[in-house]
Design a protein around this ligand. Structure first.
Ligand SMILES: CSCCC(=O)/C(O)=C/O
Ligand SMILES: [Fe+2]
Ligand code: NI
Length: 242
């Protein structure tokens, strides 16, 4: 039997291509048949994702590490429900307008759930469903929108590098420099590759060191055997000639 290695992020983050219907935005809007999108494919669009322990976000070392490595110094919470969000109806409408930001949009869902829709390279909508424990980074310049699902409640941690800028630029805003960044897909791919390489080196650093050290020891042993052999041969040769 082959081993099944399931990505644990998929328990709290799922993505799929959307249908074209104008029905209630809070419905899943799957295509028929359903067409799921892998989290690796999302990463190729610059959309990064993690699964974290939302019950212990205050002490979570993994969250701390992500914040430190990506420079997310700012943090607050955004609760979307009529009682907690001022101008609720207006906000619900503006979140669902297709827009972009000049910086990353970073959301970590600590309660409830909701849909972040992003445009793929062919302008098709991918719906990303985030539940409690799911964290997502939308790259600067990607066209996207947000809606609650039919459970009607979400509480998200918002992270930011430095002082936050929430300004949404509704489509079209293609002249913004943030749009160019998206066009440099090669740079993005290379960065992703470098990032996973570094993670790999970090994770397997000790194994690599052990391999290097044992190769060195083996090399020294072979060298010693060679020297001993050469010296012995020289001695035998001298004795024969004398
Ligand atoms: C759950 S966070 C609310 C949505 C939001 O902040 C945003 O910017 C959507 O694009
Ligand atoms: Fe946004
Ligand atoms: Ni926004």
């Amino acid at each position: 039997m082959g081993s099944v290695c399931k990505d644990e992020r998929e328990e709290v983050i799922q993505a799929w291509y959307m249908d074209d219907s104008n029905e209630d935005q809070r419905l899943p809007h799957h295509k028929d048949p359903k067409e799921f999108v892998s989290l690796d494919k999302l990463a190729e669009l610059g959309v990064l994702s993690w699964r974290l322990d939302a019950d212990n976000y205050e002490t979570d070392e993994e969250l701390k590490k992500i914040r430190e490595s990506r420079g997310y110094s700012y943090m607050d919470f955004c609760e979307v429900c009529p009682e907690k969000l001022p101008n609720y109806e207006e906000k619900i409408k503006s979140f669902f307008e297709e827009h972009l930001h000049t910086d990353e949009e970073i959301r970590y869902i600590v309660a409830g759930s909701g849909y972040f829709d992003v445009r793929d390279r062919n302008e098709a909508w991918i719906r990303v469903w985030l539940k409690k424990g799911g964290m997502i980074v939308l790259p600067a310049g990607i066209y996207h929108r947000f809606t609650l699902d039919s459970d009607n409640y979400i509480k998200a941690m918002r992270l930011f590098v430095g002082e936050p800028v929430w300004t949404p630029y509704n489509r079209p805003h293609d002249h913004l420099p943030a749009r160019n960044i998206l066009k440099h897909l090669w740079t993005r791919r290379m960065l992703l590759l470098l990032e996973s390489l570094l993670e790999y080196v970090e994770a397997f650093g000790s194994i690599i060191m052990i391999t290097i050290m044992s190769s060195l020891v083996l090399y020294c042993c072979i060298l010693r055997m060679y020297v001993v052999f050469v010296l012995k041969y020289q001695k035998t040769y001298k004795n024969t000639c004398a």
